[in-house]
Design a protein around this ligand. Structure first.
Ligand code: PBG
Length: 322
């Protein structure tokens, strides 16, 4: 055949393929989400997330050490509270001695170089299992935002490097920024869950925290899976309110949204490869239906290629290839 262009020439050996690829994964791109529980020497399995556990603070320190050894330099903390501490007003969220704050303090004391990201939302503390206060079946926006702004300062004063509102209330980034600045936490970054969709892929996470909504669903605050332009509206709002990093969540079913935000914003873009996306691969691998290491590498690359600079993933410490 007379062919001047033969794309296969650039695939003929691994170096040419490396030059051809725009996306790659560096451990520094990854954030490892960790679940913390009360007690000591606790390693509680989460049945829908094989390989992930709820750790007590002493055990979390060991995992943080392994995380740094892997070259992964950031973790995201999620506290799993006992039922007795969950109330309608999410009171425990503002207790300076709560599990989350103690965990952050211990981690930063031992590993000052590890970047600690905390979750700002009420669901771990709410007996209703919602990210905001609930009244008469409605999720209250402005009343919730007041609490979130206080949570941000509490987390920052415990040592959090980055606070991450995952609640999807309107105006929470501005309220958090103002309260952080008023308390001299100008350097604390806000990673906003900008486009967080009402997703079935959060199921295993809600098992981990026992945080599923007691009534209703999260559709009046999390975005509807059919909408994309709405993500740009949220992006404009978060940028105007002073967000430092924008997040899309989940990642895999929303690669187009990641790519849109990357095109529209000059801020770093994060994507959350959520619990259900993790569980799907683990389940198939356990059946012997997928090569786990290759499947994980390929899906992380897809998230990177779509435009994510940062990927939250439970696979962060796994060996993967591409
Ligand atoms: C809630 C929160 C959720 C996740 C992170 N923060 C679940 C939800 O909105 O119900 C999900 C993460 C995952 O599935 O891995 N603030």
């Amino acid at each position: 055949m007379r062919l001047l262009k033969r794309p296969r020439r650039n695939r003929k050996n691994s170096l040419s393929r490396h030059w051809r690829a725009e996306a790659s994964i560096d451990p520094k791109d990854l954030v490892y989400p960790l679940f913390v529980v009360e007690g000591t020497k606790q390693k509680q399995a989460i049945s829908s997330m094989p390989g992930q556990y709820r750790w007590s603070i002493d055990e979390v320190l060991t995992i943080c050490e392994q995380t740094l050894q892997k070259g992964v330099q950031a973790i995201a903390l999620f506290p799993a509270l006992e039922d007795s501490l969950k109330t309608p007003d999410a009171y425990e969220a503002l207790n300076p001695g709560n599990l989350n704050c103690r965990a952050v303090k211990e981690i930063k004391k031992r590993f000052p170089e590890l970047v600690v990201i905390t979750d700002v939302a009420l669901d771990p503390y709410s007996s209703d299992g919602h990210d905001g206060l609930v009244k008469g079946g409605k999720i209250l926006n402005d009343e919730t935002v007041k609490i979130l702004a206080k949570m941000a300062v509490l987390h920052a004063s415990s040592g959090a490097d980055i606070v991450a509102p995952s609640d999807m209330m309107d105006g929470r980034v501005l309220a958090m920024r103002e309260n952080l600045d008023a308390n001299h936490f100008h350097e604390t970054q806000i990673l906003s869950y900008t486009a967080k969709y009402a997703s079935a892929f959060y199921g295993p996470f809600r098992e981990a925290l026992d945080s599923a909504p007691k009534a209703g669903d999260k559709k009046t605050y999390q975005m509807s899976p059919g909408s994309k332009r709405e993500a740009l509206l949220e992006c404009e709002a978060d940028e105007a309110e002073g967000a430092d990093i924008l997040m899309v969540k989940p990642a895999l079913a929303y690669l187009d949204v990641i790519s849109d935000l990357k095109a529209h914003s000059q801020l770093p873009i994060a994507a959350y490869n959520v619990s259900g996306e993790y569980a799907m691969i683990k389940a198939a691998a356990q059946q012997g239906w997928l090569d786990e290491a290759k499947a994980v590498g390929e899906k992380l690359l897809s998230i990177k290629r779509a435009g994510a600079d940062i990927i939250f993933t439970y696979h962060a410490l796994d060996d993967f290839t591409f």
